[in-house]
Each structure stands twice: as structure tokens, then as C-alpha cells.
Design a binder for this molecule. Structure first.
Ligand SMILES: C[S@@+](CC[C@H](N)C(=O)[O-])C[C@H]1O[C@@H](n2cnc3c(N)ncnc32)[C@H](O)[C@@H]1O
Length: 248
């Protein structure tokens, strides 16, 4: 099972960087604020960030009192930025695929991942590996693209529908109950993601020995709507899924 490393593709990396540097992006207006509220007390805790990217969250964990943070990512370019912009003595950045985390010889109180798990094919194995790394009572918090967003095999079957005044009124999607690989265009052709229907995804988590604590499909706060009025489209269909679970 091979892992795609698209963030090391120059064209993709530059496109993604531009997106994250924008003042107004859905990560900052919607996904990150919702995730931030769900992070438990980290004082003295050991934290693992899967697909840590630029390492911004790793710094946040240290600021929240974490004692030791490990950020892993498959992309050399993303880790280069992390090591330059988000370095700290309590943080170690390791270049590895999260499919190999069973080789980390450690236990963690908190495993976090923002928008990276939809790149992983074998979700049951990843959940089992995470469960094995967590201490009893340890927590997993992750976000991913919502299954409604990853569902369509043909992107032409995934779109908003508009009324005569050009207002978005509904959303069309397809292939929801056909799990598997999706190849999409995002800055470059052939970006690989994996679609999992909600029932399958949540069952895989439960079967790994984790108990679900909270499932969030974030909607924008008023401040976010003031910054980006079109973000009210999130009330029609969610972009993100956030899951919090605890090791039993
Ligand atoms: C959308 S970015 C999110 C980065 C960061 N978590 C954030 O929120 O800013 C997804 C990250 O997942 C990483 N990634 C993708 N597949 C991975 C894998 N198999 N193992 C580890 N990291 C992976 C990418 O290199 C990229 O840095």
C-alpha cells in the first residue's frame, strides 16, 4: 500500500501555501476554531500530531502546556517550514508516514490530526495503531473532509444548486455508499483521497477500542459570516467532519 506525497510536488505545495496565507480560508474561519474548542487540557501531556504540516498546532500544544510534542509528516517541504517557523525544544518533527506510527516506541496522552486522515487508505489499521499508542483515558481528536465532500467519483456530480436569484439552495452529491479511492484535481491532477461513508468510518473507530465522545460538523459563527458572508453555505452541507474519541 503506497502513500502519495503530494505536498512535495512543487506546484501543489505553492498552491496550498497561497491558500493558507490567505486571510480568509475555511480552515481558519471554520475548522480550526471548532477544533481548538475541543482540545483537552494538555498540561504536562505527551502529544502526537499526524500530518502536522507547518507545525502551527504543535506550537499551540506547547503553549497549552504540553510537555512533549511529536509532529510527523510525510512531506519534506512541509516539515522544512515547520522546522523554520514552528520550532521549540519540546517539539520533535519526524518525517514519516502515519501508516508507520506503530514503529514509534512511545505512548501518547493525546493524538491530534487536522485534515490529513482522508489521505489514508487503510483506516481500520490506522485507528488500531492510534488506539495502541494512546494511554488509557488518552484522547484522539481529528478533522477530515466531510464524507459528503469526498463522496462523488465524478466531480460534475458534486455541486451546489442555485435559485433564480443565484442563491445557493441545495447540494448535489453522488456515490456516497461507494467507499474507496478518489482522484481529484486540487492545484494539480491526480490528488488521491479516500472516501468512507460515515457509518463505516465511525464503526472503524469504535472497533479499534476507542469510545466516541463528540462528532462535530462545524457551522460558522457570526464573526466568520461577517468576514465571509458566503460561508453560510455550510448550513446547506458541511465541509468538515471532526471526531473526538477516548481510549477505553
Ligand atoms: C491539509 S494538510 C494539513 C496540515 C496541518 N495538519 C494543518 O492543519 O495545517 C495535510 C498534511 O498531511 C500530510 N500527509 C498526507 N499524507 C500523509 C501520510 N501518509 N503520513 C503523514 N502525513 C501525511 C501532508 O503532507 C500535509 O502536510
Amino acid at each position: 500500500m503506497s502513500n502519495q506525497n503530494i505536498y512535495d510536488n512543487e506546484e501543489f505545495f505553492n498552491g496550498y501555501k497561497e491558500l493558507r496565507e490567505k486571510e480568509i480560508c475555511l480552515n481558519d474561519l471554520l475548522e480550526q476554531p471548532a477544533m481548538s474548542e475541543m482540545i483537552p487540557d494538555l498540561k504536562g501531556k505527551t502529544v502526537l500530531d499526524l500530518g502536522c504540516g507547518y507545525g502551527k498546532n504543535c506550537i499551540d500544544f506547547v503553549n497549552r502546556g504540553a510537555e512533549k510534542v511529536i509532529g510527523i509528516d510525510i512531506s519534506e517541504k512541509m516539515l522544512e517550514v515547520a522546522k523554520t517557523e514552528s520550532s521549540h525544544e519540546k517539539i520533535s518533527y519526524i518525517r514519516m508516514s502515519m501508516t508507520d506510527i506503530s514503529s514509534l516506541n512511545m505512548k501518547f496522552d493525546f493524538v491530534y490530526s487536522s485534515l490529513a486522515l482522508h489521505y489514508i487508505e487503510d483506516f481500520p489499521k490506522l485507528m488500531k495503531d492510534i488506539s495502541d499508542l494512546l494511554t488509557n483515558g488518552g484522547q484522539l481528536l481529528f478533522s477530515q473532509e466531510h464524507p459528503i465532500m469526498t463522496a462523488a467519483i465524478d466531480k460534475n456530480n458534486s455541486h451546489f444548486n442555485y435559485d433564480e436569484n443565484k442563491n445557493r439552495v441545495s447540494y448535489t452529491f453522488s456515490d456516497y455508499n461507494r467507499p474507496g479511492q478518489r482522484k481529484v484535481y486540487w492545484y494539480v491532477d491526480g490528488v488521491i483521497k479516500y472516501h468512507r461513508p460515515m457509518g463505516q468510518l465511525l464503526t472503524d473507530i469504535i472497533r479499534s477500542g476507542l469510545a466516541l465522545e463528540e462528532i462535530v460538523e462545524p457551522v460558522p459563527s457570526q464573526w466568520a459570516i461577517d468576514k465571509l458572508p458566503t460561508i453560510t453555505k455550510e448550513f446547506i452541507k458541511p465541509n468538515f467532519l471532526i471526531v473526538k474519541a477516548v481510549k477505553r
